[in-house]
Design a protein around this ligand. Sequence first.
Ligand code: PRX
Length: 567
Amino acid sequence: MSNIGSYEERIKDFSWKLAEEELEYKDGDVINIGWYCSDRNCIKGKGEKMALIWEGLGGVEKKYTFNDVRLASNTIGHHLRGLGIKNEDRVCLFMDKIPELYLSFLGVLKIGAIAQPLFSAFGDESLHVRLENAQTKAIITQRKHVSKVRRILEQMPYLEHIIIVDHDGKKPLKERETVFNLEEAEKIDEFEIFPTKAESPSLLHYTSGTTGQPKGVKHVHYSIISQYLTAKWVLDLQDDDIYWCTADPGWVTGTSYGIIGPWSQGITQCVLDTGFSAESWYKFIEKNKVSMWYSAPTAIRSLMKAGDDLIKQHDLSSLRHIASVGEPLNAEAVIWSEKVYGMPFYDTYWQTETGSMMLTNYPGMKIKPGSMGKPFPGIIAAVLDEKTFEPITEPNKPGLIGFKPGWPSMMRTYWGNEETYKKKFVNGWYLPGDKSTIDKDGYFWFVGRDDDVINTGGHLVSPFEVESALLEHEAVAESAVVAKPDEVNMEVVKAFVTLNPGFVADDDLELKIMNFIRKKLSPLAMPQEIEYMEKLPKTRSGKIMRRMLRAKEWGEEIGDTSTLDDE
Ligand code: PRX
């Protein structure tokens, strides 16, 4: 029997009180995600249960029980407090998917500070804009990433502490750097957790928009109410599950469902901290007897490409439920997974701002391959007319997705950017910026984004950020960045540029420009291709018409060009 039982029954008289009761929380109580994910499991008799099975390069393995997680997060919290870090200070987590990342996340929350996880693959500039925006007080990182912090240190007077978790003492430390070695630190058993309340800030995740700098999405401790129940009902996590969420905690999936969802339920999870390869993934599932697996369409399409023979060479019989998030999951991938794994990938739709799943497929509910499913109980969702912002009642007619605000894990603001936050609400609806249809049975079908943001392999890339980086190169006069189709990543980044006089449009220059912007952008945002143009298509008012360039890449109709300046 699945945790959700009947979806139809659950939506009838749904209330978030149910999750509050299961987590023994009452309005006005202290609520701390760090405590819920560690101490509470020990109190409930799961102290000796395995919490984290971690594997790194070369098959190195580390294991932590819930009691180990409790002690480690206390120890990290104690160390941070000792450095003078207080509640609501921002602490950046800039590490690979090593155990310290997961344990520091809880340690930061336990002292009431705000965790700011960032992909360790970010280059100096990507790191800098995010630390600058949050006025981050401390960063926890690894030796291999510290040089990026050093290069931008002068510009960050607010950053007081650079904490290195794996320093071997060989090379001297630089300004503001200290060493914290978890394994050698004295374990802190008794620890006073900061009494955070429902609305106390917990987390800042950065996401890209069409214009301006990346936005810091602010979440609060009360978000656990949503994350707990969605993990229970959609991922269907059960006590003896071995769960694997493939996402990096630099991305919201890696925190909401790579830490908070499973651990608030006391579930064992595993983490693989090596790059992607179909073979190593199947080996990992086989070795750890993974039973619930949460991944993303780009990875799934890569697995499809790797072929079915590889699957036959591994024992994947432990799998009982699989799900996906981050981009449109094409019907072929769902049908394929049914054939090769004996079960479909359950698609889930949500975003950094919503903090938890919004539209999803549920165990026991009929799956329509290619559909995102139905709203989670308690979520009021609609497809809105683009002019009136009123719900469209006619089936299969595309419009803007809208959610009625009020679920526990909704973002509370964009850090230091209340104005942009307010613009996300129209006519009483929160607009996630996506378009969809709803069929006659109430299933949602993704149509596309409502803006120019590019979703490459599940990562949102702002064309503006890439264009700005390109414009900083002396040869580039103008730039326009759009999505281009790709078999595996669905979309990749393509740049069009015009050159300043005196520069020759050749491969050598393309390489130079690529190397130049690589230092500024995250690897995920790098263009696959740069195309030189004599001039870019523009409106008469001088706005670059990305729409035309995009249509050309996708072999689509160019549409209305009446505003095009084609003198
Ligand atoms: O456009 C939608 C797409 O990813 C966006 C959210 O990206 P991000 O904030 O990085 O969070 C992703 C992980 C929760 C959405 O606005 N998206 C996400 N899931 C789906 C999707 N598009 C289609 N189908 C999905 N299942």
